[in-house]
Ligand binder design. Structure first.
Ligand SMILES: Cc1cc2nc3c(=O)[nH]c(=O)nc-3n(C[C@H](O)[C@H](O)[C@H](O)COP(=O)(O)OP(=O)(O)OC[C@H]3O[C@@H](n4cnc5c(N)ncnc54)[C@H](O)[C@@H]3O)c2cc1C
Length: 433
């Protein structure tokens, strides 16, 4: 509701509106929402329905082809305009282009708005007019741009139509049959109100020490707003605006620089739409990664049974909360791709299925960065040592104690020896390039 440009545009037309959600997973290409995302989507839609009904415009839920759903609504209700907030996943960009042209051909006004990013991915370019491939110059360019406009207020009342046929949320079948989400459920309330409360608590608390605490999985040092940002319960512009009210500090600029990483991830996905599945650096097409999701070592990684404490704690956190701390994400990804030698795509797909903040732009950037094959990636030879990382970032082992069960397996690999194997394979790749 808050800072929702499409809703704001519709309200300003001063005509009845039909808020609609169309569930069309087949239109997401290879990246239809995973299991945890479907659960999160159900929760988010439930809260959204309540909020919209309270303001006077009940949510209409449809399923199937977007075009067919719109067509039936247009015919039944004499619709004169369709407006939406833009999405940036490559398959959805293509879908929305086709829908826009089709609407215009029907003489229906079609309008899309920028809501989920501060800057459009195509609006930022190098002096040579090319996309950025390195984060720091991208950030410096963004920092020189005029500050994002103020967020839009939430409407106080909506003029809705009550006679529109709608599916129930249950008919979308988003909730899993096996209730594996019970523990995740205890960690999150995926409503707009909860997102705004979390932002307020973060700005009054953890933001002050973000510069140091953001790397500590044993502390509540980050905002945990990623699921809300992904699903749109809060806008990045609202976050930027609220935290900018705080005195300028190292922590504030660090936090903003993370929001700019998110912009950078979308910039890369926009310009390099094949990177969710292909190495950005094609030299790595010849790296001898294992590519078998049924391999017992890969399965042990997914279950948090590698015997490496920090890796297993992270995978357990993921399993129990649908979220994982950023530093631990980097460590489990480095361990999977380098110490165990599995293709980053397998890890990205596992995260896609299990994270409630699964986001194609951020997930692709994170995995390609950790594997060493992305734009502005960590150099391949910088391999995280989970044991020394644990000493540094979880010094009292409280994060590990929280997530690890007793009866731990022995380490499945020797960290030093597996590191050497990875470095040797990388050297062979570089020598042959
Ligand atoms: C292997 C790997 C996979 C990842 N997959 C995802 C994913 O699917 N979805 C996702 O939202 N993030 C992903 N990230 C990025 C990052 O881990 C999360 O955004 C962050 O942990 C979310 O927690 P937070 O909201 O408390 O972040 P905060 O530290 O509070 O940061 C605020 C916001 O900035 C953005 N942000 C922070 N760090 C990054 C980053 N490194 N890259 C891009 N944006 C960032 C996020 O939107 C985040 O919500 C991944 C990172 C790695 C290493």
């Amino acid at each position: 509701m808050d800072d929702n440009p499409a809703l704001d545009w519709a309200v300003r037309r001063d005509q009845p509106i039909i808020p609609i959600y169309i569930h069309a997973p087949d239109e997401h290409g290879d990246w239809a929402p995973g299991a945890a995302s479907r659960w999160a989507l159900h929760q988010g839609l439930e809260h959204l329905s309540i909020d919209l009904a309270r303001l006077g415009a009940p949510l209409v839920v449809k399923q199937g082809s977007t075009r067919a759903s719109l067509e039936s609504l247009i015919k039944a209700h004499d619709v004169s305009a369709v407006v939406w907030n833009r999405l940036y996943d490559p398959a959805l960009v293509e879908r929305d282009k086709v829908i826009k042209t089709w609407l215009k051909d029907q003489s229906i006004k079609a309008k899309s708005c920028k809501a989920s990013l501060l800057f459009e991915p195509w609006s930022i370019e190098t002096g040579q007019g090319t996309p950025y491939r390195v984060y720091t110059p991208f950030r410096k360019t963004v920092e020189k741009l005029p500050a994002p406009a103020d967020p839009l207020p939430a409407p106080k009342r909506l003029d809705g139509l009550s006679s529109v046929s709608s599916l129930t949320l249950e008919q979308l079948d988003l909730m899993p049959r096996v209730p594996w989400y019970r523990s995740i459920d205890q960690h999150w309330t995926l409503s707009e109100t909860a997102a705004h409360d979390m932002l307020e608590a973060f700005c009054d608390g953890a933001l002050n020490d973000y510069d140091t605490d953001r790397d500590r999985p044993d502390r509540h040092g980050t905002s945990r707003l990623s699921p809300y940002l992904h699903f749109g319960q809060i806008s990045v512009r609202r976050i930027w605006h609220e935290c900018s009210q705080h005195p300028s500090s190292k922590s504030l600029s660090r936090y903003k620089s993370e929001l700019i990483w998110r912009e950078f991830a979308h910039h890369l996905l926009w310009h390099f739409p094949k990177t969710p599945s292909d190495n950005y650096n094609d030299k790595f097409d010849r790296y001898p990664w294992k590519d078998d999701a049924n391999h017992p070592d890969f399965i042990a990684w997914t279950k948090g049974e590698t015997g490496i404490e920090l890796v297993d704690a992270g995978m357990q956190e993921l399993w129990h909360t649908g979220w994982m701390h950023n530093r631990v994400r980097m460590i489990v990804a480095s361990f999977l791709t380098k110490n165990l030698g599995f293709h980053w795509r397998l890890g990205a797909q596992w995260f896609w299925d299990t994270l409630i903040d699964a986001d194609l732009a951020n997930n692709t950037l994170g995995w390609q960065w950790a594997a060493g094959c992305g734009a502005d990636a960590a150099p391949f030879f910088r391999i995280f040592n989970p044991a020394t990382q644990a000493e540094k970032f979880d010094p009292q082992a409280s994060y590990r104690r929280r997530w690890l069960q007793s009866g731990r397996p022995d380490p499945m690999v020797d960290l030093k020896a597996s590191r050497q194997v990875a470095l040797k394979a990388y050297k062979a790749l570089s020598d042959n390039t």
